[in-house]
Structure formats: structure tokens, C-alpha cells
Design a protein around this ligand. Sequence first.
Ligand code: COA
Length: 200
Amino acid sequence: MKKLVIVGASGHGKVIADIAVANGYRDIVFLDDDPGLTKAAGFPVVGTSKDAANYPDADFIVAIGNAGIRKRMQEKLPGVVTLVHPSAVLGRDVLLGEGSVVMAGAVINYGAKIGKGCIVNTCSSVDHDCVIEDFVHVSVGSHVAGTVHIGEGTWVGAGAVISNNVEICADCMVGAGAVVVKDITEPGTYVGVPAKKNKG
Ligand SMILES: CC(C)(COP(=O)(O)OP(=O)(O)OC[C@H]1O[C@@H](n2cnc3c(N)ncnc32)[C@H](O)[C@@H]1OP(=O)(O)O)[C@@H](O)C(=O)NCCC(=O)NCCS
């Protein structure tokens, strides 16, 4: 098994380290732009993101929650892998783009297409035939019903529910616990049940 370099040593990075261990990686190092960090989840922090070029033969994964930064970082890196926790369930004909992670207990059902650099977080679900564009985050415990389309960089907050057949455009924040029942066509923050644009 190759060395795995995890870029970003936050809590999200630590969970990704666990998924990597569950997938057989043993030689794991972190890069993080906080120069004070020396260890995360029992693995060494060996430098900042600028040091990625020192690991030409390694596998890489970006563990940064902010979609824009995750995208910029991932696009500069070679050898970006996809990680799936062994307890996640993936249906047939599911596609996962490079740099995406599927965390423990997540379920992705038949025919769903998940783009690059996405996070399908712990115990969330993405149902049949959804199209989830690049760098989307489906947070812990959120549920995306069948045939939903979510645009690039959108973040679905913890415990949110997206009704079937809904379209959400790029660059949206769907607040924790929101229930989206109608298409969202304008970037912005949407909260509540049913979800409405947050003026706050
Ligand atoms: C939606 C969210 C991004 C708004 O954050 P924010 O812009 O800092 O907003 P504020 O906390 O200043 O709140 C502004 C108003 O929106 C309300 N609000 C914020 N989040 C809300 C939510 N999820 N549902 C309902 N109302 C919410 C606040 O109560 C406040 O209302 P008020 O003006 O009447 O007091 C944030 O609250 C949220 O839900 N983040 C999701 C975090 C998450 O899911 N993390 C998962 C990690 S895996």
C-alpha cells in the first residue's frame, strides 16, 4: 500500500485518516497550513500544503471542508484517490469522482453520480439517480432523496432533507435541519422547514 498524504489535519482530516486505515493504509502523513501542528489522529504532520511536491509517488486526499479551497488544492495535486469506509453501502452503477470520500454508514443508492472532491458524510444518504456535482458536501445525517441534482460546491448541512426530484444550484448553503421541497435556483443560504432563503 502506498503512502497516503492527507491535506488538512482538522477533525475532518482525522475522520479521513480512520477511513484510510480501514482501507489498509498504514503509512499516513498530514500536511496542514497551521505550522504549529505536529500530530493528528496519531499520525505526523510533516509540512504545509506547499510541501506536496515532496511526495511524488504518494496517494493524496484533501480533507478541507471549504469547497473552494478543497477544489483549488485538489486541482494542484497528483495521485488523488477516492476513499469509501467499509461500512458504507454503494448501489450498482454508482459513480464516484476522484478525491471524493464516503464516510461510515453512508448509503448511496442505484445509479447516483457523485462528482470530484465530494464529501458524503457519516450516516448520510444519496438516493437513486441523483447527480451530485463536484465539491459538494452532504453533511452528517442528511438525506438526499431520489433524482435530485445538486450544483457544484453546494453544502447540505447536518440533518437536512432534500425532497425527491429537486434541483439545487451551485454555491448554496442548506442549513442544518432544513427541508428543501422546491428547486433552489439562486446561490445563497437556505434554512428552515420548508427551506427559505436566510435574510439574517
Ligand atoms: C445556516 C448557517 C450556515 C447560518 O450560519 P450564519 O450565517 O452564521 O447564521 P447565524 O448563526 O448568524 O444566524 C442567522 C439567523 O439564521 C438562523 N439560523 C441559522 N442557522 C439556522 C438553521 N440551520 N435553521 C434555522 N435557522 C437558522 C439563526 O437563528 C439566526 O436567526 P435570527 O436572526 O432570527 O436570530 C448555519 O447556522 C448552519 O446551519 N450551518 C450548518 C453546519 C453544519 O451542518 N455542519 C455540518 C458539519 S458535517
